[in-house]
Write a protein that binds this ligand. Structure first.
Ligand SMILES: [Mg+2]
Length: 216
């Protein structure tokens, strides 16, 4: 875990969690998500699965060579000409969180104690319906006050739009917001750019000890 905190630390405010790879660890599900979307992209572009994968790798390589940070799969799909509503629909059709995720009692306990001092939210690059299903599968849906999903802004992190929407919807000051995620370039860097705090996690186990850091 790496902390990017703005002193003085005020132990109240908004905790905005990334979802996939942050609120659960499931490498097979994360892999399935990318592979299923590459399959849909291949159909859309009339390419083989391998050719579609090569197009994605080429864009990632170009960004690297141009000194640009990594971006989301949705943003790469936009570069390849996929309309945003299709990106949302493909995810809604392919992702069934209850097949992959189960209740996490330790996570529920940790988030419940944090909820005494903070408003809990989600900022995710998955569609709203998928986010709700994921939180329900994990047994933590009722703890969250706000979900900002791909089809709420039609922008994908690291685009600043979902972070700005969080500030607008909650009327919070950036220094009172903590964005918690598993990818620095996608989750943390854009939060810091808005003046928020960032917490980069290695696994969901880091969330179990978050109360030790964030509670008075
Ligand atoms: Mg993530």
């Amino acid at each position: 875990m790496r902390l990017f905190l703005r002193p003085p630390l005020r132990r109240h405010g908004i905790l905005a969690f990334d979802l996939d790879g942050t609120l659960y660890d499931n490498a097979a599900y994360i892999r399935f998500q990318e592979e299923s979307q590459v399959r849909r992209l291949a159909d859309f572009l009339c390419l083989s699965y391998d050719e579609a994968g090569a197009r994605i790798r080429r864009i990632r390589q170009h960004r690297k060579e141009g000194g640009l940070p990594p971006t989301s799969l949705a943003n790469i799909f936009r570069e390849l000409g996929v309309p945003f509503d299709l990106i949302v629909r493909w995810r809604q059709e392919e992702f069934h969180p209850s097949n992959w995720l189960s209740q996490d009692g330790a996570l529920f306990e940790s988030l419940s104690s944090l909820k005494n001092f903070y408003i809990l939210g989600i900022i995710t690059n998955n569609p709203h319906a998928v986010a709700e299903q994921s939180l329900k599968a994990l047994g933590i849906f009722d703890l969250f006050n706000i979900i900002i999903a791909l089809d709420d802004t039609y922008r994908s992190k690291p685009d600043p739009a979902p972070f700005k929407m969080l500030l607008k919807e909650t009327q919070a000051q950036p220094r009172d917001c903590f964005v918690i995620g598993d990818r620095y370039d996608i989750d943390i860097e854009p939060a810091l750019a808005e003046g928020m705090n960032g917490i980069l996690v290695d696994s969901v186990k880091d969330l179990y000890i978050l109360p030790q850091i964030l509670l008075p």
